[in-house]
Structures are given as C-alpha cells and as structure tokens.
Ligand binder design. Structure first.
Ligand code: HEC
Length: 132
C-alpha cells in the first residue's frame, strides 16, 4: 500500500514536470526571436513613451477629457492636443504634472520620477532652444 502511494506520487510529480516543460521553454523561444528582430520602434523618444503611458489617455486625441477641457479653456486659440502645442515650457508641464490642473490628477515621484518628468516635459516642448 505504502509502495503504491509512493509510486503514484512519483507519477504525479513526473506528469507535473512534463506539463510544465513546454511552458518553461516558451520564454526562451520568445527571447531568442526578439533578439533576432531589431527593436520595433528605435526612434521613439523616451519622453514619448512616458507620455503614452501616463498622459495620452486624456491628451492625445481631441475626444480625450484633457483635450476637451483645453479646447473649452482656449476656445481654439491654442491646439487642444498637448503634443501640437508650441508654447509649453518645461517648468509649466512639471508644475501641472506634480500638482494637477482642474480634474487632471497630480502624479507622484513614485509614479513618474523627476528624470522621467524631465523627459516628458522635453517631449512636450520641442522648442527647448527658446528662453523659458
Ligand atoms: C485624467 C485625465 C488626464 C491625465 C491622465 C493627464 N491630464 Fe493633463 N490635463 C487634464 C485636464 C482635464 C487638463 C485641463 C484642465 C483645465 O485647465 O481645464 C489638463 C491640463 C494639462 C496641462 C496644462 C495645459 C494648459 O495649457 O494649461 C498640462 C501641461 C498637462 N495637462 C500635462 C499632462 C501630462 C504631461 C500628463 C501625463 C503625465 C497629463 N497631463 C495627464 C487631464 C489629464
């Protein structure tokens, strides 16, 4: 009886290992194929990636709540979509992000670090050369 139980235990363990094997191999395959292919988006700036993650839901399309609020605020005198603005200054972007504006939430340093915020601010202010 004892021997039988032990054997059964081994069988269960063996089938568990077999079942796990293909899963264990999958990440290796994925890694190998991504090594072979060049990065999909080599030219996208780091700031744009951060913007896409934290800001684009509200700011990237005209329908976004951020764009809609800015359309109401500026009545078309400035583009409603942040990425089309040429008048933004890095410090203003940082202020808006750390403190929030109207119903735009503020973002903590644990969400967007100071370094990342500098990248987003630079991304939204392509005219960096001008005096702030
Ligand atoms: C939940 C939606 C939401 C998210 C997410 C969001 N915003 Fe906003 N944002 C708004 C709204 C709404 C306003 C406009 C408030 C107002 O003045 O009426 C705004 C305003 C701004 C302004 C001020 C523009 C101006 O001319 O006054 C800046 C700059 C800005 N957002 C940057 C960002 C950045 C950078 C991020 C990402 C880190 C971000 N926002 C994420 C909703 C959002």
């Amino acid at each position: 009886m004892k021997g039988f139980r032990l054997q059964r235990g081994l069988a269960v363990a063996a089938s568990a290992i077999l079942a796990a094997a293909p899963v264990g191999c999958a990440p290796l395959q994925a890694r190998a194929s991504s090594d072979a292919a060049p990065p999909a988006e080599p030219t996208r700036s780091a700031g744009e990636k951060i913007f896409d993650k934290w800001c684009s839901d509200c700011h990237s399309t005209a329908e976004g709540p951020g764009s809609a609020a800015l359309q109401r605020k500026y009545q078309g005198k400035r583009p409603a979509i942040l990425e089309q603005r040429s008048d933004l200054r890095p410090n203003y972007v940082k202020l808006a992000v750390r403190h929030g504006v109207s119903f735009m939430p503020s973002f903590r340093k644990t969400e967007i670090s100071d370094d990342d915020l500098a990248l987003v601010a630079a991304y939204l202010t392509p005219s960096q050369g001008r005096t702030p």
